[in-house]
Ligand binder design. Structure first.
Ligand SMILES: NC(=O)c1ccc[n+]([C@@H]2O[C@H](COP(=O)([O-])OP(=O)(O)OC[C@H]3O[C@@H](n4cnc5c(N)ncnc54)[C@H](O)[C@@H]3O)[C@@H](O)[C@H]2O)c1
Length: 354
């Protein structure tokens, strides 16, 4: 039997609810498709920070390094500043393991209402390829004269040719295997150094793929277009910040952020890749058992695909689709009354009864 070792970090808030739920579904898919998962759980996150003064232990990255993949819930707790939870756990994992592609597929599932009038599942099926290692999320900068009238803060954005080219190459390959359409999110009218550079590298990347239909759109206009005409977009490549914002917007267009998945990929496979739902720890609903587990489950399907279990990955997505289209249980964010456990049980039983 094939075995895959998975480092599991449930994290905080609803991360601790949706992660075990997703693992139950992935294990059911494994039983149906002849493989097993070997999860090792790490209790890192904000509770760990409150007790130990750091989000994860100093040797954490070495503990994760040899796993086949990392499966994360979410981190964040209202009494811990968000920059501590992000820079103490997520960003070190993404950067040390060169997970430079953040792959965020967005689909409107049949049976899920979009907040947009007249939008059908055929209109919303796109993938945001977010640069995940550099860009606007940089440690370069500083603060001076804190607490005085002369206080200032400087934050440098960092765009390297290597970092920009590799994510664009990935996005072009992806677009070639899909509709052949690719759009770059830019802001070269207002940001005069990094964004014209981004545009030049996009022109360079798409010149290697002359069959692609390529366009670049200013991020502000692009945000409006994704709402007004989502069907126009297939693969969108974006910098770290623009991709982060745009993918929450697109997830809302597709009905709920509770559904949206993401993969932090090291395409060269020198290091483990990490899979996590797009949503955060949702402290407003944590502990109530009502979080939508589909974002975590879909992220798990991305993980199975990455591990070479393509059939099982497709099986998980088909099970989700059948459940939603067939009027199966749905959580409150999708207008239903089901609990996390109800949705999980429905999906597990769809595998176990096959
Ligand atoms: N990758 C991560 O770990 C990650 C990502 C985003 C935010 N965060 C952190 O999470 C905390 C909360 O952030 P936020 O409130 O801005 O974003 P959030 O995604 O946690 O929640 C936004 C809204 O969506 C709802 N929601 C989110 N996921 C849901 C689900 N699965 N089912 C049903 N409803 C769901 C929440 O109830 C909330 O109303 C913060 O500390 C933030 O830093 C972490």
């Amino acid at each position: 039997m094939r075995r895959h070792s998975i480092a599991v970090i449930p994290g905080d808030g609803i991360g601790r609810e949706v992660t075990p739920a997703a693992l139950e579904v992935l294990e059911a898919a494994g039983r149906a498709h002849g493989f097993g998962l070997e999860p090792t759980e790490y209790p890192w996150g904000c509770d760990y920070f409150v007790e130990n003064g750091r989000m994860m232990p100093p040797e954490a990255l070495d503990q994760l390094r040899d796993s086949d993949a990392i499966f994360l819930g979410a981190v964040g707790r209202p009494d811990v500043p968000d920059h501590i939870s992000l820079w103490g756990l997520l960003i070190p994992i993404r950067r040390t393991f060169r997970q430079y592609v953040n792959l965020r597929p967005i689909r409107l599932w049949p049976g899920v209402p979009s907040p947009l009038r007249d939008v059908t599942p055929a209109d919303v099926d796109m993938v945001i390829v977010r640069e995940n290692n550099e860009g606007e999320y940089s440690e370069i900068g500083g603060r001076l004269h804190q607490g005085t009238e002369d206080e200032l803060a400087i934050q440098e954005a960092v765009f390297t040719r290597r970092g920009t080219d590799r994510v664009m190459a990935y996005a072009c390959e992806l677009a070639s295997g899909r509709s052949g359409r690719i759009c770059s999110a830019t802001k070269s009218n207002g940001i005069i150094h990094t964004m014209p550079f981004w545009d030049e590298r996009f022109a360079h990347a798409t010149a290697q793929h002359p069959q692609l239909e390529a366009e670049q759109v200013l991020i502000d206009a692009l945000a409006a277009m994704v709402v007004l005409n989502p069907g126009r977009f297939d693969v969108i490549v974006a910098s770290n910040l623009f991709g982060d914002i745009l993918s929450d917007l697109a997830a809302a267009v597709a009905g709920s952020i509770g559904i949206a998945p993401s993969g932090n990929l090291n395409p060269e496979r020198e290091f483990p890749s990490m899979f996590e739902p797009v949503h955060g720890s949702a402290p407003d609903i944590a502990g109530q058992g009502i979080a939508n587990p589909i974002g975590a489950i879909w992220s798990g399907a991305q993980m199975l695909e990455h591990l070479g279990e393509e059939e099982a990955a497709a099986g998980v997505l088909a099970a989700v689709e059948d459940m939603l289209a067939g009027g199966g249980p749905r959580t409150r964010d999708l207008g239903g009354t089901a609990t996390t456990a109800d949705v999980t049980a429905a999906l597990v039983s769809s595998f176990d009864t096959r």
